[in-house]
Design a protein around this ligand. Sequence first.
Ligand SMILES: Cc1ncc(C[n+]2csc(CCOP(=O)(O)OP(=O)(O)O)c2C)c(N)n1
Length: 266
Amino acid sequence: MTMEAERTLREEEISQLGELAAQLRVDAIRCSTRAGSGHPTSSLSAADLLAVLISRHLRYDWADPRSRANDHLIFSKGHASPLLYACFKAVGAITDQELVDTYRQFGSRLQGHPTPALPWVDVATGSLGQGLPAGVGIALAGRYLDHLPFHVWALCGDSEMAEGSIWEALDKAGHYALGNLTAIVDVNRFGQRGPTELEWDLDTYRRRVEAFGCQAIVIDGHDLVAIDERWAAPGRRPARRWCSPGRSRARGCPRSRTSRAGTASR
Ligand SMILES: Cc1ncc(C[n+]2csc(CCOP(=O)(O)OP(=O)(O)O)c2C)c(N)n1
C-alpha cells in the first residue's frame, strides 16, 4: 500500500470521525449545561476539526504527558474548554464523571479556561491572543533548542484574530520557518457580541496570513475528509510553516451565539 493510499480515509473511518465529532459536541453541551456556564457554541464549531486532529494527526501519549516526543495542543481560544475536556474524555484521559460533574466547579482541575493543573495543558489560556504566541515559543524551542520532532497545534478563534499578538506570533512563525506549528483558525463568523470584522471573508484571512510569511490552507471546517487530507499534506512534502483557517458554523445549535450559556469567568 502506498503512503497516499494509507492516508485516504475509508468510509468506515469517516463514519467513526463523524460519530466522534458528534460525541464531542454532546459532551461539550452536557458539561457546560450541568455547570450552568461556559461556552458550548464556541466548542461546537470546532468539533469536526478536533475530531480529525486527535484521531489522525496529534501524536500524543496520553498516559505519558511528560514525554518530550509528544505534540502540543494549545487552545488559544481557551474559552472553548468544554471541547478540550471532551477531547480528554474521548482519549480516556479523564472520566465522563469528572467531565460532567466537576467542570467549572470550585477546586476542580477542569476550570472554565484550561490551566497546567491538567498534565496535558502546557500553558494557561483564556485571555485571547496568548495561546498562539506561547505555541510559537514552544515550536521555536522544539526546532532550534531541543531538536525534537513534535508538532504544535494551536486552536484560535476568528474574533481572536483581532488581537495584535496573534499577528506578531505569525510573523515570528514565518520568519523562523516554523513548519512544526499549525495555527487552526476556527472561522465561525462570530465573536462575543456579533459578527467578526471579516466574517467569512476567507480570502482576506488567507492574504493576511501569507503576508506574514506563513502558508495559508483554507478548509471547510466540517469536511472531515478535506481536513484530514489538507493537514496530511505537509507530511507528503517538506514541511513549511503553515496556518489553517477552517470555515465553520456552530453545528448542532442553529442560533449559536444567542444560545450561549453563561459568562462567569470570561
Ligand atoms: C483578551 C480578551 N478579551 C476579551 C475576552 C472575552 N471573550 C471571551 S470569548 C470572546 C469571543 C471570542 O470569539 P472568537 O475568538 O471568535 O471565538 P468563538 O467563541 O467565536 O469560537 C471574548 C471577546 C477574552 N477572553 N480575552
